[in-house]
Design a protein around this ligand. Sequence first.
Ligand code: ATP
Length: 136
Amino acid sequence: MSTFRLEIVTAEKEVYADDVELLVAPGVEGELGILPHHAPLMTMLQPGELRIKKGGEEIIMCVSGGFLEVRPDKAIVLADTAERAEEIDIERAVAARCRAEEKIKGAKGTEAALIEAALRRSMVRIKVADRRRRRG
Ligand code: ATP
């Protein structure tokens, strides 16, 4: 099957690099499916689920936002954070959600926006980890 090079990096580390058949990423305007020979593009990502297909295997990750660039030679995801679904610590995400829900009360302006972002990250992590559990 035809493949393309995919690299997923954060400021901290390279999270993933391989030749893959399909990438589905959470674009700000909706899910984006990238197949080999996709036209070049650059877009922002929103917090959500990212799926990779390779050799009959599906890898599921959670990203908390970032950018996707499709170049002629490879696709690059520059993620704010990225975890494989099976690496997500659900208890930590639930604790983060509770903290954010508590702090959002009465918060304003930039502080409220930061708490809102933390809330979204935690909710997406919980959703991605839950879905993976159900898929088994
Ligand atoms: P917390 O308050 O629990 O630290 P956070 O949303 O503030 O959550 P981030 O700043 O988004 O955390 O991420 C910091 C690092 O921790 C990143 O490397 C991210 O991949 C990892 N991370 C955050 N939450 C989880 C989680 N629930 N399970 C696994 N890794 C996580």
